[in-house]
Each structure stands twice: as C-alpha cells, then as structure tokens.
Design a protein around this ligand. Structure first.
Ligand code: URA
Length: 237
C-alpha cells in the first residue's frame, strides 16, 4: 500500500496532509525517512512513525451508527443520502458498507464495516444473530400477539417465520420485539398480519451490540475492542 494511503486510512491525516508530512521528513518507516508518498508500505511488517510516534493500521474498521430517518442502507443511491455518508471522511475511504439493512424510516443501531467476512457470517441466515427493535403501533396489540410471535407466524404471502420474542408495553401500543432472522420489512409485515401497523421502529440491539445511549441520532463512533471481540464470537470467528 502507498505510504500516503496508509497514513490516510489510519485516520490521522488527509491525503494532502499525508503527502506533505512524508515530503517534510516527518514520517519514518523502520527508522528511515519515507520521503516518497508513493513508496510501498506493508502494514503487516513495517514500523511506521509520524513525528516519532508509532502509527497503527487497523486491518478493518467497525462503526456503530445511530441511523436517522431518511437515509438508505446502501453504499450509493442516485437520489437519497446513504448511511455511509454519515461516517467520517477518512472512514469512507475504506469503502465501508452497512451490515444488513434498515428501512429508510427505521432508526437506530447500524453496524458499518469493511470486514466482508465478518459481515457475511453475521448476516448468514443460519447464524440466527438476534436483533431487537423498539416499536410503536397504530392500534393496541391484540391479546394473542405474544403467543403468535413465539409460535412463529405465517405472513400473508405464506412466509413462515422463526419464533420471535415480543414484550408489549402496558398500554399495548408498542413494545420490544426480538428477531433471529431478517426478512424484508419483517416487523411491518408481522404487524400487518396482526391487523396492525408500525408507526415508529428503532433497532436497539444487533447480536451482542446495544445502541449506545450516549450516541446522538445521526452520529457514529468506532466500536470498542470489547465490542469487536463480542461480534466475532457471535459470528463464530
Ligand atoms: N423490520 C422492518 O419492517 N423494517 C426494518 O427496517 C427492520 C425490520
């Protein structure tokens, strides 16, 4: 990898600053000044310093996003803003993607990463990684809603669902539902099968990750080492 790309992707400098730092002799590789921004660096073996401080290179990036309404769960869209556009510019350079989808009007916890293998494992249907959502609905939930979810509902098109956990609020105008699969518009379609309609939907957990209460809507933060380890365990890595 080019020296300037290495510094940019480590998140410390913009590409322009990295070039200037290298040309200015502030960057050393294995103790020797780099000087040429295009010179190759091997992140696995080379020791890189900037102004004498070691520069670490993360092989992958992992961000928790508190998704706001109006953003699409995609890397590109011709018309609408994407969740990727909410990441810091240096993280966007790593070509991250959302791990799974939330509807445009769904808010809350989203994982963005460039670790394709981990994402693939977390999203594989056989992984059954649990995801929970806080929701409100248009009508009070019927008395049988918990039992029907626990038994595994059949949707209007014949889709048979895995058992889901439903804990209703006291007034039954919402609650928390936990799924171990992710079918298209699943919660909205489940509400429809119960002759109801979802009004608001927020994802609050994804496997071992819980939406950080200190993370404002529309903002993101890198996952902690403990969160990354827990995710890998959930994915069987
Ligand atoms: N179920 C839905 O209906 N929408 C989502 O965004 C997520 C789960």
């Amino acid at each position: 990898m080019r020296g300037d790309k290495f510094l940019t992707e480590s998140g410390l400098l913009s590409r322009k600053e990295a070039s200037a730092a290298i040309r200015g002799g502030r960057v050393c590789v294995n103790g020797l000044p780099l000087r040429d921004p295009a010179r190759h660096i091997d992140p696995a073996t080379d020791q890189v310093t900037l102004d004498g401080e070691a520069v670490g290179y993360a092989p992958f990036i992992y961000y928790m996003l508190n998704k706001p309404e109006g953003y699409v769960s995609a890397t590109e869209d011709g018309h609408l803003p994407t969740v990727v556009s909410l990441l810091p510019p240096q993280a966007q350079k790593r070509d991250p993607f959302p791990c799974g989808r939330l509807d445009r009007d769904t808010v809350g916890l989203m994982l963005l990463t460039d670790d394709g293998a981990l994402a693939h494992r977390l999203l594989a249907p056989k992984s059954h990684v649990a995801k929970s959502y806080r929701f409100t609905c248009a009508e009070p939930l019927c008395a049988e809603a918990e039992a029907l979810c626990a038994a595994g509902m059949t949707l209007g098109n014949g889709d048979l669902l895995r058992p889901a956990g439903l804990v209703c609020d006291d007034d039954r105008m919402g609650g928390v539902i936990t799924l171990s699969e992710g079918k298209y518009h699943q919660i909205k379609r489940m509400a429809g099968a119960l002759s109801n309609r979802i009004v608001t939907l927020e994802r609050i957990t994804f496997g071992p990750l819980a939406l950080d209460p200190a993370l404002p809507r529309g903002e993101c933060r890198p996952l902690t080492d403990a969160e990354i380890t827990a995710l890998r365990q959930a994915a069987g890595q």
